[in-house]
Design a protein around this ligand. Sequence first.
Ligand code: SF4
Ligand code: SF4
Length: 152
Amino acid sequence: MTTRKEFCKSCLAAMLAGLTAPLLAGRREEEVKAKARKEEKKIIGACGIVCSDCPAYVATKTDDDGLRAKTATEWSAMYHADIKPQDINCDGCPSAGPRLFAHCLECEIRACAHGRKLVTCAECSDYACQKLKEFFAMVPQAQQTLEGLRRQ
Ligand code: SF4
Ligand code: SF4
């Protein structure tokens, strides 16, 4: 038989759950909405790279010279090239330019998709072509992003 103490404890627990559930539900709802807003603003390159997460894009949009310098150092090492902070300016792959990072300006995948009047390769009837498969092997996250777009 349930003692009075146990009964009161379970009542209190139920009451607290009842009080906090709407608060938690509200917080979760806000989190979901914030995530959706972020998703809406996502700028995705032809190949599936998320340009709005790219440091070159962020540095350009926030005019952050510190981030330009940091990115130039990191990318110089990564690409074995002499990339200067002033080279770190980019409005993202879907933009017509003129501010586009040199590597992306010369990107064959971007040129191919834009030549077909597509924003991303996810819309292409030849998805995923050999060129794109080779890129996916190096950047698997880009594949996940494009697969996500294709499911929408
Ligand atoms: S196009 Fe620009 S923003 Fe997009 S990945 Fe390339 S450098 Fe970054
Ligand atoms: S052919 Fe390949 S690179 Fe060109 S748009 Fe289609 S999937 Fe992209």
